[in-house]
Design a protein around this ligand. Structure first.
Ligand code: PMV
Length: 353
């Protein structure tokens, strides 16, 4: 097959996302065992440049990966697996003989701040941009979502902004293949803030691939699937009605359930740190004493994410955060908020680039 251009280079930017309803456990090829719901972040993002060169159909493909300007071999096996998985979705890859991927992250990777979500979302969007330009068609975000999912499940929830549902919810809403952006969102949630208190930016002891696999045969798997479905239905109605208190309660229940599943799997593992528990206590005490809707969630790592709203910014940031900051590694807090989703920043095609 011959394509419109032989070479090109595209640059994309994709945010991370934080799950309010957690995806934990897979079936088939990166399909979730339960639906999840996330908030797209804004500041935590990956910028990726993807250069490609086409040869003949069946040529072997060499892929080079640079992370923050330095050649990186460590992430290459994961990237190569991803590229092989998406060849059917992006057929230009079957004629490509060279890919150069250059990525930069605005936040620490592999520490449970969902860096694989932004990384694979940025890469999938770059592949989508190339394939659609070579085909002379519009970009297809559902196709990009299916591809992103094959790199890291949660990556499919980063393509669109706002709040995204991934997974089949009682056969009525959502899809296991890709995420969909929720349209019916109360304005209070559009003003949601997410501050990440980095208590440990080091690499986590157990990666999410192993963690997901431990849900197979987990004694609480069935109950978990039921809980996540129920929480998801309730969360969507709170999102629509603006019920911050009820949704906050669900978000905390999901974070605790995720970590409880980790602690009760075989082998069991703990990703929380002593500081994680101290910070959770501070958030709860502040909420109860001040009657301010401020909540926590946790990703697969020890760093609490604080969820609060624009109208409560002043007391939360000036009082609560001042007491919490001393528990963080070098006082590091990443302030974030609801973001707009992934973007193509540049796109150049031709016989040279
Ligand atoms: O997308 P993965 O395979 O890295 O898994 C993400 C799992 C959690 O971050 C713990 C939960 C979620 O839904 O994002």
């Amino acid at each position: 097959m011959s394509w419109k251009h032989n070479r090109g280079r595209v640059k994309t930017k994709a945010p991370s996302n934080i799950a309010w309803i957690k995806y934990w456990g897979k079936k088939g090829l990166q399909l979730p065992i339960n639906p999840s719901l996330s908030m797209t972040l804004d500041k935590c993002h990956t910028v990726t440049e993807l250069g490609f060169e086409l040869g003949s159909m069946g040529d072997s493909l060499t892929c080079e990966f640079y992370f923050h300007g330095e050649k990186n071999e460590k992430f290459l096996p994961k990237i190569n697996t991803f590229i092989d998985r998406v060849r059917g979705i992006y057929p230009f890859l079957n004629s490509a003989n060279f890919l150069e991927i250059r990525s930069e992250n605005s936040f620490p990777h592999s520490s449970g701040i969902a860096s694989s979500a932004s990384a694979f979302c940025a890469l999938a969007l770059a592949l989508e941009e190339i394939q659609s330009k070579l085909d002379g068609e519009e970009r297809d975000l559902q196709r990009a979502g299916q591809a992103a999912r094959l790199g890291s499940g949660s990556a499919c929830r980063s393509l669109s902004g706002g709040f995204n549902l991934w997974g089949d919810l009682a056969g009525e809403l959502g899809s296991d293949e890709f995420a969909i952006e929720m349209e019916d969102v109360h304005p209070v949630f559009k003003s949601a803030k997410n501050a990440i208190f980095v208590v440990n930016s080091g690499e986590k002891s157990v990666g999410s691939t192993l963690g997901h696999s431990l849900m197979q045969g987990h004694p609480f798997a069935r109950a978990r699937i039921e809980q996540a479905n129920k929480n998801c239905v309730k969360a969507l109605s709170c999102l629509r009605d603006g019920d911050v208190w009820e949704l906050g309660k669900i978000v905390e229940n999901e974070a605790m359930s995720l970590h409880a599943l980790m602690m009760t799997s075989d082998p069991s593992f703990i990703l929380m740190a002593p500081e994680t528990l101290e910070l959770i206590e501070m958030i709860r005490t502040f909420r109860e004493s001040q009657n301010i809707p401020v909540f926590f969630t946790l990703d697969a790592g020890p760093n609490p994410h604080v969820l609060y709203f624009e109208k409560d910014k002043e007391p939360v940031e000036n009082i609560l955060f001042q007491t919490m900051i001393g528990r963080c590694e070098k006082g590091r807090v990443i302030m974030d908020e609801v973001g707009a989703g992934a973007k193509v920043l540049e796109s150049r095609f031709g016989d040279s680039y």
